[in-house]
Write a protein that binds this ligand. Structure first.
Ligand SMILES: Cc1cc2nc3c(=O)[nH]c(=O)nc-3n(C[C@H](O)[C@H](O)[C@H](O)COP(=O)(O)O)c2cc1C
Length: 224
């Protein structure tokens, strides 16, 4: 009897879980207008932690994320972002910026971090370090780093959806102007993408009521 009840509950729980995931992903959309209200600290912290936990090629996380709450800074960012209102109507704006240079030194730091975290001798990581440096000698590093930043962005967007927090992924800004404004050059960084986090304003956002536009499953997947 107990086993039956357990199996029933377990199966039910899983089904609800799956439904919730898709419901939340359907609920999210690239929010155009936000209402300026705050997002609870614990939710923001969870979103930031999810971004920190995102995977990246070789584990290097070759980017930094600027967490911009300051309204005056966001007003200036808006000016180099085609005046998109989410930038100032959101509670937070994240700027994903990739390493521009210093890859060798940063690889060395990363190798030390692995050694410390996993209590491993540095010598045992020498081959790995050489492989990473060999890869960097042939690849377009900034383009590679940007792809990693987009994975982190995806983690952030998905976590927002699961927490019923609104968000907007944003490439609509002039990268060079934003880099200048935030003095990213001094930090050895280059902006690639932004993410606004906040709460939708249903009275102003025409997109709130519109259904999602997505290609049909048969047009997206190729099953082999
Ligand atoms: C990398 C990227 C950049 C985007 N840039 C902007 C942007 O600058 N401003 C904006 O309002 N939406 C932007 N979008 C939102 C897309 O237009 C939107 O995700 C797409 O139309 C699908 O709609 P949905 O996200 O609302 O489901 C961007 C999306 C991505 C993934």
């Amino acid at each position: 009897m107990f086993l039956k009840l357990y199996l029933f509950n377990h199966a039910n729980y899983k089904k609800n879980d799956l439904m919730n995931i898709l419901e939340n992903l359907n609920w999210r959309y690239a929010t155009k207008r936000m209402n300026g209200e705050q997002v609870a600290n614990e939710k923001i912290n969870t979103i930031l932690e999810a971004i920190r936990l995102a995977p990246s090629s070789m584990g290097l996380q070759p980017y930094k994320v600027l967490v911009v709450k300051d309204k005056a800074i966001r007003e200036k960012i808006k000016e180099v972002s085609y005046n998109q209102p989410q930038i100032t109507e959101s509670a937070y704006l994240l700027v994903f910026a990739v390493w521009k240079d210093g890859y060798e030194e940063k690889t060395e730091n990363f190798i030390q971090l692995i050694a410390k975290t996993r209590n491993q001798p540095l010598e045992s990581l020498q081959d790995y370090k050489n492989r990473v440096l060999g890869f960097f000698s042939i690849v377009d590093k900034v383009s590679w780093a940007s792809r990693q930043a987009y994975i982190a962005l995806g983690f952030g967007l998905t976590t927002c959806a699961m927490l019923k927090v609104d968000s907007t992924p944003m490439e609509g800004f002039v990268n060079e102007d934003l880099d200048k404004l935030l003095e990213l050059d001094k930090l050895g960084l280059k902006s690639v993408v932004m993410m606004a986090i906040g709460n939708r304003d249903e009275t102003k956002d025409y997109l709130t009521a519109l259904p999602k536009v997505r290609r049909a499953e048969k047009d997206l997947y190729i099953y082999l």
